[in-house]
Design a protein around this ligand. Structure first.
Ligand SMILES: [Zn+2]
Length: 98
């Protein structure tokens, strides 16, 4: 399948522990692409996919959406590092918490 991320590299979503888990939910990716277009600013992904081990290491909740590639912690450059946005797929109705 073609990678539809356009502004993002698949590797940006990869689990930080190096296990290689980088399966991102297509809908999450579409939201990020829209967000990128909306702001016209680079978006940094701080945490995308997480395996069980890494999720535990960073204190993630047991049923974290990061485990299934359906959550991403990001910052938009323009908004500064303090405004970290967490996008959770089960809050998909535009409930983006800032
Ligand atoms: Zn991992």
């Amino acid at each position: 399948m073609m990678w539809p991320g356009e502004y993002f590299k698949r590797s940006e979503f990869a689990c930080k522990c190096g296990c290689g888990f980088d399966t991102v939910d297509a809908e999450l990716l579409a939201i990020l692409v829209n967000l990128r277009r909306h702001y016209g600013q680079p978006i940094t992904i701080h945490s995308g996919c997480r395996c069980q081990k890494h999720n535990k290491a960073v204190g993630g909740v047991i049923n974290s959406q990061h485990l299934i590639g359906r959550a991403a912690d990001v910052t938009v450059k323009k908004c500064g590092p303090k405004n970290r946005i967490r996008i959770l797929m089960h809050h998909i109705q535009r409930q983006i918490r800032i």
